[in-house]
Ligand binder design. Structure first.
Ligand code: DLZ
Length: 219
């Protein structure tokens, strides 16, 4: 895993086996989103988060991330179940053929065709069982590339503020998985797709576990 002057150090290990985590990702820049989501999931599972307790869904673009996070969390508080959270067909993780390399979760009880994968957790140390209730953390993932977005700064700032607002309003960790980059090359590096790159999705998975565990301690 990454260890350098940038990025978190590896000194903290946390047990994620009691956690329930949602990931919501934009579908823009899918080839970059895929490894980022996969990286986050792999770290969640490595920390012991059970596959059934990792719920993944998508929105069209990064602009939609804040409201999705808000509704996902509020809904999870009210419903105490995953009903309605599962992805629809067309979600990034909707089919194994879309993402053959992903080791992802089951869990959603959405409509047929949500296609969420349940792989049994290669290399994971799953000990938990499927949980209900509010999410312990939510990871919001999107890629904004300046060259493709005239209002790049505006969108980036609005989404950032929106995610922070949900985080503070609800007191739930919302992990900032929004890459704001100048070009595709930068994005590839941050998605771990270049030799000198590092998959930031892994950091987001680690951050989600750490913050969720500490939030419980702080309550
Ligand atoms: C419209 C748009 C553009 C130009 N670029 C991006 C991008 O680089 N990354 C991203 O996640 N979304 C982009 N979008 C879509 C907006 O986020 C949003 O989905 C639409 O404007 C609809 O509200």
């Amino acid at each position: 895993m990454f260890s350098g002057t940038k990025g978190p150090d590896e000194s903290q290990k946390h047990d994620g086996s009691s956690l329930r985590v949602a990931i919501v990702h934009a579908r823009w820049n899918k080839t970059l989103i895929e490894p980022l989501v996969s990286g986050a999931v792999s770290r969640l599972k490595a920390a012991g988060v059970h596959s059934d307790n990792i719920i993944i869904t998508s929105v069209p673009g990064s602009w939609e991330l804040p409201v999705a996070v808000q509704r996902l969390y509020a809904g999870s508080q009210i419903q105490g179940s995953t009903t309605g959270v599962g992805g629809a067909s067309g979600d990034l993780l909707g089919s194994a053929t879309d993402l053959p390399s992903l080791v992802v979760q089951g869990g959603g009880t959405g409509s047929s065709g949500d296609g969420l994968l349940s792989t049994g957790g290669v290399g994971s140390k799953e000990t938990g069982k499927k949980k209900e209730g509010a999410f312990d953390a939510i990871i919001a993932i999107g890629v904004l590339i300046k060259g493709e977005t005239v209002h790049f700064e505006h969108i980036a700032e609005s989404v950032s503020r929106g995610l922070m607002r949900v985080q503070l309003d609800f007191g739930v960790p919302v992990i900032f998985g929004l890459l704001t980059v100048l070009n595709e090359e930068q994005a590839k590096r941050r998605a771990g797709l270049t030799e000198d790159g590092h998959n930031h999705g892994e950091d987001w998975g680690d951050a989600a576990v750490e913050m969720a565990v500490k939030r419980k301690q702080w309550s």
